[in-house]
Design a binder for this molecule. Structure first.
Ligand code: BGC
Length: 391
């Protein structure tokens, strides 16, 4: 086995999320937020990259490149546009996607909630209302019963820590609140929603691995910032990691590091490289976060990299970033950390939430005036690594 090889069965995938690629997802809280003049959103999602209609060619492209998994999300507002009203047409759409994934040799990794909630859920109280956990589990049960025979893995909630923080404390995501108390309440409801969703998906789709995906940051204490780091990690990461006990995997998503002093985050070192997101180019974050997830969960739950990538206009920089991140995965594996796969964010350039379309994370570029797809060199480079399962 070459030194740079990954374990047999290691999964290689790319990811998207419904609202960021599908287009026309007008019935959710994010669409409303993009059109709210008080939000910081720079532009609306509009037709996005019309993945809702272009998915057959998109899936073929990803399979041809060499990937073995495709992570995408179900848009709750399409499947349950009003409370208790389920759309057979929307469920058929996702079923057709899963069937085609299987035909192409792509394992469908299905996310049940990726940042967006139906307008009726937001109106009824959103994620600070405990009833939302029950409503979400009911949706999961229904969707999992339609897709259970096809899914390769199920992610309950994508980055609940980010939605709770930016939606209820930071004012950047809907509902745009700025309250610590509401943020903690939302954390609690998300955890409850995750636990109920795990049960619902397991009973509707027995045998499908189920887990949560968490946004993690390589927090580094500087100038005596250790206590502050602990204080920040608890509500951002640890409370969620502790809620994954008994799950089939923990989805680790990492992009950068954060330097933290006694009073909070500090500036990056002078001259630090930054990405289109404004944060530091720091590919070693992935290894640090894998190690931390493994230690906080006591090594009881396998890890899956469900997102890692870079928003950059320079594709050679993307290759450098991913290569360094993958070297970190190899070091973690060599130390006995059970990492089951790597998923690049994102398959396509897409709608980067409040930042709009400017940050380009994709392996594939999209001209949104023609919806034409163009693979970047990084797509073929990573696809070849996937196909030979080695760096
Ligand atoms: C999210 C994605 C987002 C990506 C890049 C993650 O926080 O799950 O939706 O596009 O990071 O910022």
């Amino acid at each position: 086995m070459p030194a740079q090889a990954f374990p047999e069965g290691f999964s290689w995938g790319t990811a998207t999320a419904g609202h960021q690629v599908d287009g026309g997802t007008w019935n959710n809280d994010w669409w409303a937020w993009e059109h709210d003049p008080s939000s910081p959103c720079v532009e609306p999602s509009g037709d996005a990259i019309d993945h809702w209609n272009h998915w057959p060619q998109d899936l073929s492209l990803l399979a041809e490149l060499g990937f073995g998994a495709y992570r995408f999300s179900l848009e709750w507002s399409r499947i349950e546009p009003e409370e208790g009203e389920f759309s057979a047409a929307a469920l058929d759409h996702y079923r057709a996607m899963c069937v085609r994934c299987r035909e192409l040799g792509l394992s469908p990794v299905v996310t049940f909630h990726h940042f967006t909630s139906p307008r009726w859920v937001a109106r009824a109280g959103g994620w600070a209302d405990p009833v939302t956990a029950e409503r979400f589990a009911r949706f999961c049960a229904r969707a999992a019963s339609e897709l259970g025979d096809l899914m390769g893995a199920a992610c309950t909630i994508n980055e609940p820590n980010v939605v709770a923080f930016y939606g209820y404390r930071g004012g950047v995501f809907p509902p745009g609140e700025r309250s610590s108390e509401r943020r903690h309440q939302a954390n609690h409801v998300f955890i409850e929603g995750h636990r109920r969703a795990v049960d619902a998906i397991r009973s509707a789709a027995p045998g499908v691995p189920v887990g949560l995906t968490l946004s993690m940051t390589d927090y580094q204490a500087v100038d005596g910032g250790e206590a502050r780091v602990e204080h920040m990690r608890e509500p951002m990461e640890d409370v969620f990691l502790h809620a994954t006990d008994g799950d089939d995997f923990v989805g680790v998503q990492a992009y950068t590091r954060m330097l933290v002093g006694p009073d909070g985050p500090t500036a990056y070192p002078r001259g630090a490289r930054t990405t289109l997101m404004g944060y530091e180019f720091w590919p070693e974050a992935l290894e640090a976060c894998l190690r931390r997830a493994w230690s906080v969960t006591g090594g009881h739950v396998p890890l899956l990299v469900t997102e890692n990538g870079i928003g950059t206009p320079d594709d050679a920089e993307r290759i450098e970033y991913v290569e360094r991140a993958l070297q970190g995965v190899l070091r973690a594996l060599a130390d006995g950390i059970d990492v089951r796969g790597y998923t690049y964010w994102s398959a396509f350039d897409n709608f980067e939430w409040a930042f709009g379309y400017r940050p380009t994370f994709g392996l594939v570029a999209v001209d949104r005036s023609t919806q034409e797809r163009t693979t970047k060199p990084s797509a073929s480079w990573l696809g070849q690594i996937a196909a030979r399962n080695a760096l």
